[in-house]
Write a protein that binds this ligand. Structure first.
Ligand code: GUN
Length: 279
């Protein structure tokens, strides 16, 4: 039977470590504050934003929420970001995505001071990651590395296949695995002979955005399977991009949805907030 990689427990350990660090910083007179900006009232975004605030409370750092109306203009949003960039008491700035269609996400991300870019989405952060220099790393891929390491799974030398090539998950994931000395393949929706490619993987990371797409026949016997997907199935239940029951019959370890990768993203965001205080 496959080992279940428990993201809830592992993220809990990380948050407890951060709680201690935050207390030590407070004693030294260092207070950390994250600014979270949400434009509009997308229900899924509201849940994420609430959980981010709760995470800050839990580890004992401050958070400021900016809930802006849907019709906020790009100029107004850029003005707020500029203000927060210059506010010394704000260490991290997070603009919840997606933004309404009249606002250009790239322009907004570029406006955030890279020293406060706790999401790791700024081109300077991404560039630094690519050439192995210090900078903030995108939270979900950083969380996956922690999940693997803290579950005792060796990355070095392994064949890793990342299914999905988004700027937020697939691409930074591949770079992080490379940094851990894995052999990395990025596959995607246009990859030919996809099953042959995914079956090479010792570690298969799935972020393709298709509910339950990956079944046992995509997976090598004994592989480790990390499921980044969050979808709803026909009956409205949360499910990943991996068909859990089918995959668990061949793999050696697997993340569940929910309770796998999801909780790690916030833990790594909080970790980035802690690091932002040292810049
Ligand atoms: N929307 C979905 N995931 C994320 C995330 O990690 N950061 C931001 N800013 N928006 C998101």
């Amino acid at each position: 039977m496959a080992m279940i990689i428990d993201g809830k427990t592992i993220s809990g350990q990380i948050k407890d470590e951060l709680k201690e660090k935050a207390a030590r910083k407070r004693e030294a007179g260092v207070n950390i504050t994250l600014a979270v900006i949400q434009v509009g009232a997308d229900p899924a975004s509201s849940v994420y934003v609430r959980n981010k605030k709760k995470g800050c409370e839990y580890i004992g750092i401050g958070s400021e929420a900016y809930e802006l109306p849907e019709q906020t203009t790009q100029e107004e949003l850029l003005r707020l970001i500029d203000e927060l960039n210059h506010k010394e008491e704000i260490n991290g700035i997070l603009v919840q995505l997606p933004l309404p269609s009249h606002i250009d996400e790239d322009t907004v991300i570029r406006a955030i001071d890279p020293k406060k870019d706790v999401d790791g989405f700024h081109p300077q952060s991404v560039g630094a990651l690519c050439i192995g220099q210090p900078g903030f790393v995108s939270c979900t891929p950083a969380g996956i590395i922690q999940l693997l390491k803290r579950s005792g799974i060796t990355i070095e030398g392994k064949e890793c296949v990342v299914l999905g090539r988004s700027n937020i998950v697939g691409k930074p994931m591949a770079i992080l695995l490379l940094r851990e000395n894995a052999t990395v393949t990025i596959a995607h929706s246009r990859t030919q002979n996809l099953k042959e490619v995914t079956k090479r993987a010792d570690i298969l990371i799935v972020a393709i955005g298709k509910p339950k797409m990956i079944t046992a026949d995509y997976i090598k016997e004994g592989a480790v399977v990390i499921d980044v997907g969050i979808n709803r199935d026909e009956s409205g239940k949360l499910c990943g991009d991996v068909d859990f029951e089918s995959a668990a019959s061949v793999c050696s370890a697997i993340t569940p949805v929910p309770g796998g990768v999801g909780p790690m993203t916030i833990a790594m965001l909080l970790n980035n907030c802690m690091e932002s205080a040292d810049l």
